[in-house]
Design a protein around this ligand. Structure first.
Ligand code: ATP
Length: 352
């Protein structure tokens, strides 16, 4: 019996995650999965309710999650105009990644309905790759600072922080992922020095996987390929910021950021978490139009991780069905609300 922590966080995540949980309710009962979940409001909703965004010991709460739960369904952390700028669930998101050392952020980019892609003449076979983003190092970490602020001589220093161990483990993760998925190619995207750490470790790790072609690519070339020749891509791996940007392009070629899910793993840990790739959607917050499909597909990834493959497959086909019937939010051409899309997907699951 698996236990899941549900942490919606900020902004539209509070609109889409409940839809995903209601979908889980349906499959939990239908397939007798025995899932148990507990919801924690951390971030903006909690602040609005209590004046405090977190419990006193947020780090302790995060550190304890793997002792209490098998996995988490997260929403988003970031801008939420209903609260002061410094109030957000970002510390939860960073804590999940960093304190729990969930270093591999897996972002599948699959075209789940042919009409959705803005790319001309590209099919579901062409748009079917996975971006693996390093999650605990890179541009987000390390000592940063601004000096001579307020003058024309201001200097900003934002170093990128990569360790041999960190680069090696995410590259190994990517090659192992490729092997498990039956992929034959791994593209590593970077834009550093020819003898930099990522290049050297990529050559070293790649040599250990003779059945998989390891291709070094500059990130600008890779961004171009994602739009022009996505069919050449199978598994793409890169540093934190590079993976972030590339997976958003991946979301775009799939049709909407409202469709893309992600999972964060460390194969040595018995805990991982899943979330939609999109953020807090400040411009659509409260309008009832946020697409819940990314959050619902994140719950599908969660079920796959728990080896509930049939239930996971049923969720994906219910999402595909809703899209094929035009039962969608405006971002992908429909006119339904967030809840109506959730209802349509649940109705299909119950009927199947
Ligand atoms: P982050 O920095 O956390 O990735 P962001 O500010 O870059 O977040 P989002 O919050 O994802 O970006 O929003 C980017 C755009 O995508 C916005 O116009 C937003 O409305 C749209 N968007 C994001 N999520 C959804 C969704 N679920 N449904 C519809 N539109 C969405």
């Amino acid at each position: 019996m698996a236990k899941i922590a549900v942490i919606p966080g900020d902004g539209i995540a509070n609109e889409v995650v409940p839809e995903a949980v209601k979908v889980l309710d349906v499959v939990n009962e239908k397939y007798e999965l025995g899932l148990e979940y507990e919801t924690f409001d951390l971030g903006s909703e909690r602040y609005l309710r209590t004046g405090e965004a977190f419990p006193e010991d947020l780090d302790g709460f995060i550190d304890d999650l793997p002792n209490r739960f098998d996995a988490a369904l997260f929403g988003a952390g970031g801008i939420d105009h209903r609260t002061p700028e410094d109030v957000s669930a970002m510390p939860v998101l960073v804590g999940l990644r960093r304190r729990l050392d969930l270093f591999a952020n897996v972002r599948p980019c699959r075209l789940i309905a042919p009409d959705l892609t803005p790319l001309k003449n590209k099919t579901a076979e062409d748009i079917n790759f996975t971006v693996i983003r390093e999650n605990t190092e890179g541009y987000e970490f390390g000592t940063a600072g601004n000096y001579r602020v307020g003058t024309e001589d201001e200097v900003e220093i934002r170093p990128e922080y990569n360790t041999y161990k960190g680069v090696k483990r995410v590259l190994e993760f990517a090659f192992n992922y490729a092997q498990q998925e039956g992929s034959t190619r791994v593209h590593m995207a970077e834009k550093g020095l020819p003898d930099g750490l990522w290049n050297r470790v990529f050559a070293e790790v790649s040599a250990r996987y003779p059945n998989i072609e390891g291709i070094h690519t500059h990130v600008d070339t890779l961004a171009y390929m994602m739009v022009v020749s996505p069919e050449e891509l199978q598994v793409v791996v890169g540093e934190n910021r590079i993976g972030d940007v590339l997976s958003d392009i991946g979301g775009a070629v799939q049709g909407s950021r409202g469709l893309a899910p992600t999972g964060c793993y460390n194969p040595e840990k018995n805990f991982c978490y899943f979330e939609p790739v999109h953020g807090t959607g400040p411009d659509i917050l409260g309008k009832g139009v946020a697409n819940p499909m990314a959050a619902i597909m994140a719950s599908k990834m969660l079920l796959e991780h728990l080896a509930h493959r049939e239930a996971a497959g049923a969720i994906e086909s219910a999402v595909r069905h809703a899209i094929s019937q035009g039962q969608t939010t405006p971002d992908i051409g429909g006119s339904l609300s967030t809840t109506q899309v959730g209802d349509a997907i649940r109705a299909r699951l119950s009927a199947d």
